[in-house]
Design a protein around this ligand. Sequence first.
Ligand code: MLT
Length: 205
Amino acid sequence: MTDLGFIHRFLPGASGGSPVLLLLHGTGGDENDLIPLGQELLPGAALLSVRGKVLENGMPRFFRRLAEGVFDLEDLERRTEELARFIEKAREQYAFTGKVIAVGYSNGANIAASLILRDPRHLSAAVLFRAMVPFTPDTLPDLSGLSLFMSAGQRDSIVPAANTRQLASMFESAGAAVATHWHPGGHELGRDDLDAARLWLQKLA
Ligand code: MLT
């Protein structure tokens, strides 16, 4: 079987029409990392878990960065387009018809945010853990009909709270329905992040 352009795993859902969680790991992760999280967040959903193609000191990522929080915007654009093509090919290959919900952590949440701002038609919803503004588009896309859950750390040393607010307000100005959860700690996920995301997804699905 072809890798469809990305190393990935696909675990079918309870039915062909089940929602599909597109799992996008953080820096240094791989396609295996978020499988247990996906199974916990929405039991019965199909899981499409992708490995980022960029290596930073051997650690997989979804796009290049010049420094912590400073992104290579050309690479980001190219990698975001590659991910969009991958979703299209995976839809054909695995014949899923359910809505695609991105679930990303850190670097994975950032490429999901980039996809939302560049080519949102591939997703129905997204759960973004510790996302930051990936780039500032010249014009905002129409995000009406898109449901977004953002979970941010109050004491995150990588993503300042103001950056999270800026991203949420960008999404809202573009017409998305945005729910935000504030975790009392930093960049690492806590039990509260997962519980809040699970409840949000249950209501959505
Ligand atoms: C990024 O590079 O996407 C963010 O700084 C998050 C990270 O991967 O540490």
